[in-house]
Design a protein around this ligand. Structure first.
Ligand SMILES: Cc1cc2nc3c(=O)[nH]c(=O)nc-3n(C[C@H](O)[C@H](O)[C@H](O)COP(=O)(O)OP(=O)(O)OC[C@H]3O[C@@H](n4cnc5c(N)ncnc54)[C@H](O)[C@@H]3O)c2cc1C
Length: 398
């Protein structure tokens, strides 16, 4: 009888957790490790909510991946009898200045069979009178998309992984010797070694520190401030019953998630600016928002959502993107060690794809196949800078 391959997955965020689950379901023996736990507050997956959308400009690969992810979220919701995707709809507001993102998205949405509708400014004004549509010419509405419960679903994936027979350990993998090929075992923070046939490092913003030679600055953690505004008592206009998730490309890209009557989105009206912030240390960085960003956000809220002009901030969060130079993910083998896979670079838009990325990675490992060129590390060998300012404009966060 053929022996089951033993695969160690390091990192139980959106990418590592789903990969571990798919590997376990496909018959591998899997050990999943996390230094602080699935969806912890330092992890990029560690927020309450994340956007689920299909629009990606001309980047068809992510619309296709989102279509697969939508199916998988629905499948696991049914299996676990728990809701993680709140289908509030997603509204893209296309500005008169530049609507290339929205124009580019239409073909890919149609091809991927993700439901959408083009709306005129007049239609949007009528449907969502709580939004000031000044400067907006038209929009795309994706009714089957919305937002996901982020940290709660990370925990649910880890629980399902254990229920399927996987082993989970809350322990850190030490960075020593990870770039020596082939990798025979890894050292853990509790002093024990872990030996496996293959290793998947899904360590989000920590990847550069673990693989300084191969990743280094190719994954830059950038500080991102998130704000939750309190809505007037009993006023449901900014809850998911009345407002969709929205994205606004006029000026710098801003996006938001409505509040909810129950669940993790009950924290209020969530809003963020997608501009990449300064480099951030995901382990030791103090998670305190910038007053300058708060001022900009307040001005924007007063303009676009006039009824929230004087709304109080009820919560803030600081998270970090794991930003690659082109905003594309990294899903590839280590160039020197065949049995080491590096998975990450979500670049502010990875969460929704977790189930599909996990499925794809599990298949790649078990079938010993090659990853799509978009996700390969070799793309960085072509001359280009690694500054966050080179971010691919077609891949906004969310
Ligand atoms: C503010 C913000 C908003 C976002 N909005 C969206 C959105 O709306 N929609 C969307 O799709 N995406 C969004 N994203 C992006 C998405 O959340 C991330 O791309 C995704 O969560 C990354 O998942 P990951 O598993 O790669 O990394 P992480 O979630 O960071 O997981 C990595 C895990 O590895 C563990 N780890 C690290 N080092 C070690 C070690 N040495 N040993 C053991 N464990 C280790 C950590 O504890 C962590 O749990 C957003 C991100 C941020 C920060």
């Amino acid at each position: 009888m053929k022996r089951k391959p033993h695969i160690a997955v390091i990192g139980a965020g959106a990418f590592g957790g789903w990969t571990a689950l798919h590997l376990e379901e496909r018959g591998a023996r899997v050990t999943l490790l996390d230094a602080w736990g699935p969806g912890n507050s330092r992890a990029s997956s560690g927020g309450e909510t994340r956007v689920m959308r299909g629009s990606y400009g001309r980047d068809r690969i992510y619309t296709d991946l989102a279509a697969r992810a939508l199916k998988l979220w629905a499948k696991y919701e049914l299996r676990w009898r728990r809701q993680f995707l709140h289908r509030s709809g997603v509204l893209w507001m296309a500005s008169g200045q530049d609507d290339s993102f929205e124009r580019g998205s239409i073909k890919a949405l149609r091809r991927a069979k993700i439901k959408f509708k083009e709306l005129s400014a007049a239609q949007m004004k009528k449907r969502w009178p709580q939004i000031n549509f000044e400067g907006i010419q038209w929009g795309i509405h994706e009714p089957d998309c919305g937002y996901l419960d982020a940290r709660a679903s990370c925990q649910a994936v880890a629980d399902a992984f254990v229920a399927a027979g996987g082993t989970y350990r809350q322990v850190a993998a030490l960075p020593d010797g990870l770039e020596t090929a082939p990798l025979h075992s890894i050292a853990l923070s509790d002093g024990s070694p872990l030996k496996a046939d293959a290793y998947v490092f899904a360590c989000g913003p920590w990847l550069g520190k673990l693989f300084p030679r191969t990743i280094g600055n190719l994954v830059q953690p950038t500080k991102q401030d998130i704000f939750f505004f309190g809505t007037p008592p009993g006023d449901h206009r900014f809850n998911d019953t009345h407002l969709p998730v929205w994205g606004d490309h006029r000026g710098s890209f801003r996006y938001g998630i409505p509040g909810a009557l129950a669940g993790d989105a009950r924290r209020g009206f969530k809003i963020a600016d997608d501009t990449r912030g300064p480099t951030f240390d995901p382990t030791n960085g103090e998670r305190v928002i910038s007053q300058d960003t708060l001022k900009d956000i307040r001005e924007y809220v007063a303009f676009r959502f006039p009824a929230l002009k004087n709304a109080p901030v009820v919560e803030t969060r600081v998270c970090q993107y794991e930003q690659t130079p082109d905003s594309h993910f990294i899903i590839d083998r280590h160039p020197k060690a065949e049995n080491v896979w590096i998975l990450g670079g979500g670049s502010g838009h990875g969460f929704k794809h977790g189930p599909a990325v996990g499925e794809m990675t599990a298949e790649l490992i078990l079938k010993d196949s090659e990853t799509d060129p978009t996700f390969r590390l070799s793309r960085f060998r072509k001359p280009q800078t690694t500054a966050a300012s080179t971010v691919n404009p077609c891949v906004p966060c969310g």
